[in-house]
Design a protein around this ligand. Sequence first.
Ligand code: FES
Length: 648
Amino acid sequence: MVNRNTSKPREIRITFFPSGKRGWFPKGGVTILDAARTLGTDLASLCGGIGACGKCKVRITKGVEKLNPLTEQERKYLTTNEVKRNFRLACQVHPNSSIEVCIPERSRIGKLRLQTDGFEVPVKRIDPLVKKFFVELPVPDLKDPRSDEDRLIAALHEKYQLPTNIQIDFDVALDLASILREGAWKVTATVWKNKIIDIEEGDTSDRCFGFACDIGTTKLAGFLIDLSNGRVVALGSRMNPQVYLCEEVMGRITHQIMRGCDGIRELQKLVVQGINEIIVECCRKAEVNENEICEFCFVGNTAMQLCFLGIYGRYLAYAPYPPVLRRGVDVRAKKLGLKSHPRANSYFVPVIGGFVGADNVAVILATRMLESDEMSMALDIGTNTEIALGNKDRILVDSCASGPAFEGMHIKYGMRAIDGSIERVSIDPQTFKVNYRTIENKPAIGICGSALIDLPAELLKAGLIDFGGRLVAKMADETDRLRKGHNGLWEFVVAWQRETATDIDITITQKDIREIQKAKAAIRTGSSILMKRMGITENDISHLYVAGAFGNYIDPKNARTIGLYPEIQLDKIEFVGNIAGTGSRMCLISKEERDYAEHISTKVEYHELAADKDFQTEFINATFFPHKDLSKYPETVELLKKLGHFEK
Ligand code: FES
């Protein structure tokens, strides 16, 4: 791929609007999507460019006549009207001549709302694995001719009871003699585990920092922490830059399979770049030097951690999906390319299985599920949803692919949570008037995950869909919002054209509702099967933790109305934000918590959903709103009866 400023034979120019970014590329050698990525242009791609999401729609404003004919995928995702207006899917076009491309508002990734906070869990004791110790050494003389090494270790032992078998990193030994003398024998030693990894003149013992990070498939959330007191001094977040290549876990694994070592390196470089940006931002905010970051702690799903470590994760794609590594990993931060102290360690929290990663270990750690007598369930809703159920005696976990629909994939006007996306919706069950709220109150451009939960719940309460999720055609006599779309299929208008920034009606279609049903059914099946295998019912659950950036914005009642989770009393449901990030902080500041995370990864039992004999039946039952077995949702049934829209 080429990006230069001057034209060469057999090169074409691609210009993007409204950004005005342009570059030269080989004739027919790249797609419009490739060119956008190369130029760092904001263009959505949920499927990684394989023509399976329809989110990379662009309008060709110059040069459309010389482009390759519409592909099969484009015929699937573009309406007749869009084709007439020269819309194409950016990933399906390989331009042979110079073109100009307009990226419409709804095809841009935009400013993603990222949830970085999680509720705080006090660790029992602040006891990081890396610490700084200030000592004053006796000056050597003829009566005390000990080596510099022995002198330092003895002083550390005397003042802080550090073991006498502690080692000095060879790189530290290189400068030890001069630093001791130039520091007038008053020095600070940085000790990681049982090794001195730095020696500095004077007392710098109050300047020891760590960095904890949640490596999400979609987002990165980082926390700069003062290791002397365990406090977060700055935090930051970014989209995981890997989303520009492909947005799903499986897409990233496929990328490695297709591109081999180059693919892994590419993914690794991107994630490191994103994390380094957060480190720089946090250090600037807290006035900390990157060299003062002496340890890192990372949690992520198994595929993300392998990518980060540069380990080939292709076998995660094949049953029984074995992870390469299960235990926690220590690796020098500089080896990974992180901005840090030259000998800082990076600790990767252990994983449970191929699709239940360190983020799930962190959730179990931070919720204290494994220490409680009471039965708890934790849903970590994301592109992949991990579910844990249990108490101190036993914890079962499983994982399901729930992300695509709630992230906006396969939903006609679905999108991520960015400015202008509709995040909350309510429908008056009598007048069918729609009230919605957009992020930052910007004119509507699409619908994000939390509203995709509100919509079926509100449609159900208004009698506009039935329990099977079908839009009720006869209700079209009651409201003009319910209508047949261009393709002859039913749809419901959420926002009229005059209210939107996209100049079109934003609707939820029958097909969209089917996609939501599949996603919510996957999550509900995950919880139903775990309850069955644990031999309990929803009445036995004392706490339901709903975690994840997405989870924090869901209306708990509507999520229950559609049957996203079992009908548990609302006061037992707790939204805990980015609790995986909390778990990573705990492992960073406490050796005890880190050891406990290792224990969790061995204690927790992974249950493979796909292999469960009840999976199919449970899944089909869970596709109903709220569930095929309505006796499991008595409160919801009562509510629907009260609203006058209960029809069994
Ligand atoms: S259809 Fe083009 S990126 Fe998904």
